[in-house]
Design a protein around this ligand. Structure first.
Ligand SMILES: [Zn+2]
Ligand SMILES: [Zn+2]
Length: 748
């Protein structure tokens, strides 16, 4: 029973509780303001809130307890886990954790509503996600947007009943037998994978058996009352555990906020984002395409998109030249051994294109792995048949190439897969590269280095491949092949601070040049309480100092997050806000002690001895595909002049000015501007309309008068007439605008 939120009803329970207090020490709880309070062991989050004030107790919805570097969210009615730092979460749309609890609770309400409307529904899994929540359901009937109002109405009824969310724990064996009686395979599977001796359930109400209940770790709101604004938003297909060979499911998305205004603002942003969708604009403006014939997730840059990409690359290449970078070109595949050394293979195998084995034995073993995986997912008789098929294949492989270590008839399928993978380790083959680092390391290692050569800064617009799940692929932002504006810097430990600082400055300058001026920086640091880190604590100390010093020196707003480092070193991530308030993780700078070690890199120091260099990985754009996708949405297709695929268009008023229009067009092209000509018979109004929709920066209207005066009438793409000027003056102001990346020019 809850001791905090309700009175202590049962005297026996109270007596036991009092008794335990005699020998239990009080808990020490540190609050966000730095104050520490002591409270009886067994106290709940609600008890702490009440001890601080009645107002806070009323406003609170959950707690966040941090202990030994781990932070956990708790129901108000849950006892504190021990001495801890505790934040009381209130009904705030600004706190992601408060929203997490709200949205997860709303997911239960939506699940109940769907089950009520469609009783044959089998619930699968319903987590909060960025911007909302979803629930995967197994239901033969398709849910459509027409059903959303009905579902929402049913949800509102549940919310109006102001039901509590109550948790109860059940011993694992009892819980499993209850779930088996219910017969929902997904819940049984979820429960089997959950840890611990007890399993927790949440009832949307105060009594078991009477209300909706769901297997869940929590936490939840104290009741449905704080759910003030919610919406069912979308439905899409998904697969159980993301496996396209398993049961297709329906994923119903919703969102929720504590305040109605927050929901309205969110929906406005979604509408705005839809108008700016890079997939739509990219098609309208002819920037890129994706062909089913080429493959999903593989972006084809069309000429206009390529112009934007090249302009970005030219800009960055120019900046890098000033900073002493050198460009390299390396192949998009490499031997498996290279990635075994780097650690990219086989550990990230699931997100890579399958390895291309060269030897017949390698190919046969790889096929056997795939066959075994196919049948491992099945149960009963089908699995038995599969096991026989795998055994036959293995017998044939061993007949042809000799025994495979560790394999025998009695080995289970999962064990078979492990053994086959071990056997594959010595087989030669290639991998489409998932990262550029190993190639750049090989460039560095191509000759000996002295400390005088360092830093060596190798850059490449290097294309890499990742095999994203088909459900995850979308436009330019979630793809299977992309180009990183990659560079790897090899330096001495002493040079590290300065190199980190210049990479941070380069990233800032790049983002700001593109008008992405609102950002913050996150420093991912090591958490000394965990031991997943490679490299000595001393090196880590130096690297962390280096990135902290760089962040301070460049005067940016930053936060440090312990435990967020890469396992090989600390990193800096740029979190950039676009013009409609969405946050994107863009540029990254990472310090690495691991790869120089794995590849045994060295340089000769001033002492004539061999030393290990430190590596920095950095990419201001990240991926060119994703970055341009984000830019298309940020600018809504209206690119600044220096990036624009078509900068100027010349439109003739009538046949009489057509030859002058042609002359102007030729002069613009000779001046190096990207120009287009419309000297057709159409009226000037529709011509201007078409060119404005094509987001051409400047439209030069030329009639008989302009031809006589050797002038042009300049219009912008918003429909504003800038004025009549000489062609030479227009060209030179365009050049100024391009040169200054939009800070001065034609319209200024
Ligand atoms: Zn839940
Ligand atoms: Zn790298």
């Amino acid at each position: 029973m809850s001791r905090g939120s309700g009175p202590l009803v049962f005297l026996g329970d109270y007596f036991i509780w009092r008794q335990t207090q005699i020998w239990r020490l009080p808990l020490r709880v540190r609050l966000p303001d730095g104050n520490e309070i002591q409270i009886a062991d067994g106290s709940t989050v609600a008890d702490v809130a009440a001890s601080i004030g009645a107002g806070l107790a009323r406003a609170s919805v959950a707690g966040r307890a941090a202990r030994e570097g781990e932070s956990e969210l708790l129901d108000l009615s849950r006892p504190l886990p021990g001495d801890c730092e505790l934040s009381i979460l209130t009904a705030s749309d600004d706190d992601p954790d408060s929203l997490y609890v709200l949205r997860h609770s709303t997911a239960h309400v939506m699940a109940e509503a769907i089950c009520k409307l469609f009783p044959e529904t089998k619930l699968v899994y319903g987590p909060p996600v960025e911007d909302g929540f979803y629930y995967d359901i197994d239901l033969p009937r398709s849910i459509t947007p027409d059903d959303f109002p009905r579902i929402e109405a049913e949800m509102q009824k549940i919310i109006n009943e102001q039901r509590s969310f109550s948790r109860f724990d059940m011993p694992r064996a009892e819980a499993m037998s209850t779930l088996r009686d219910e017969g929902n395979r997904y819940k049984i599977d979820n429960a089997e994978r959950a840890e611990g001796g007890t399993l927790s359930f949440y009832v949307t109400g105060d009594e078991r058996g009477k209300y909706f209940e769901d297997l869940c770790r929590g936490p939840h709101l104290p009741s449905t009352k704080p759910i003030k604004a919610f919406k069912v938003r979308q439905v899409s297909r998904s697969y159980y555990r993301g496996d396209v060979n398993d049961q297709p499911l329906q994923r119903v998305y919703g969102t929720a906020f504590f305040k109605k205004e927050s929901l309205a603002e969110y929906l406005r942003r979604v509408e705005e984002a839809k108008k700016r969708d890079h997939r739509v604009i990219g098609k309208e403006l002819g920037l890129f395409t994706i062909s089913e014939q080429v493959g999903s997730g593989l972006v084809l840059w069309l000429p206009k998109g390529t112009t934007i990409r090249n302009a970005l690359q030219d800009y960055l290449t120019g900046e890098m030249a000033k900073l002493g970078y050198e460009l390299v070109c390396t192949p998009q595949i490499g031997q498996l051994g290279l990635y075994r050394t780097s650690g990219h293979y086989p550990y990230y195998e699931d997100s890579q294109y399958p390895a291309m084995f060269e030897s017949e034995r390698g190919k046969a073993l790889q096929s056997a792995v795939q066959l075994a995986q196919r049948f491992e997912r099945l149960q009963g008789g089908e699995r038995k048949k599969g096991e026989a098929a795998v055994a036959a294949m293995l017998a044939a492989i061993q007949e042809a190439w000799g025994p495979v270590a560790g394999l025998s008839e009695s080995v289970e399928l999962d064990e078979t897969i492990v053994r086959l993978r071990e056997a594959l380790i010595s087989e030669p083959g290639y991998l489409l590269r998932p990262m550029n680092c190993p190639h750049h390391i090989s460039c560095y290692a191509a000759r000996p280095h002295s400390y005088r050569d360092l830093p060596v800064r190798l850059a490449e617009y290097g294309t890499v491949y990742r095999y994203e799940q088909s459900g995850e692929i979308s436009g330019m932002t979630r793809v299977r092949g992309f180009t990183v504006d990659d560079a790897h810097l090899f330096c001495t430990a002493d040079q590290l601070p300065e190199e980190v600082l210049t990479t941070v400055q380069l990233t800032r300058k790049t983002l700001e040049t593109l008008g992405l001026t609102e950002y913050r920086v996150r420093l991912g640091m090591r958490d000394s309480r965990r031991d997943k880190w490679v490299g000595s604590p001393e090196n880590w100390g130096k690297a962390q100092d280096a990135i902290r010093t760089a962040a301070v020196a460049s005067g940016i707003e930053f936060t440090e997050e312990a435990g967020e480092a890469a396992f090989y070193g600390p990193k800096i991530d740029f979190l950039v806000k676009d013009c409609i308030g969405r946050t994107w993780q863009l540029g990254t700078v990472q310090v690495d002690y691991n790869l120089p070690e794995r590849f045994d890199l060295s340089y000769v120091g001033a002492d004539n001895a061999l030393h290990r260099p430190v590596m920095i990985h950095r990419a201001p754009f990240g991926s060119l595909e994703r970055f341009v996708g984000i830019l298309i949405e940020h600018f809504a297709g209206a690119f600044p002049l220096w990036l624009s695929p078509v900068q100027v268009a010349v439109a003739s008023v009538s046949e009489k000015s057509a030859s002058y229009a042609r002359l102007v067009y030729e002069k613009l092209r000779q001046a190096g501007l990207r120009a287009e000509l419309d000297a057709g018979d159409e009226k000037i109004g529709p011509k201007k309309h078409r060119l404005r929709s094509a987001k051409v920066n400047y439209i030069l209207v030329v009639g008989e008068k302009e031809a006589a005066d050797h002038a042009v009438n300049v219009n912008d793409r918003d429909g504003k007439t800038i004025g009549t000027t000489s062609l030479e003056a227009f060209i030179s102001s365009c050049r100024a605008e391009i040169e200054s990346k939009g800070r001065s020019g034609v319209a200024a």
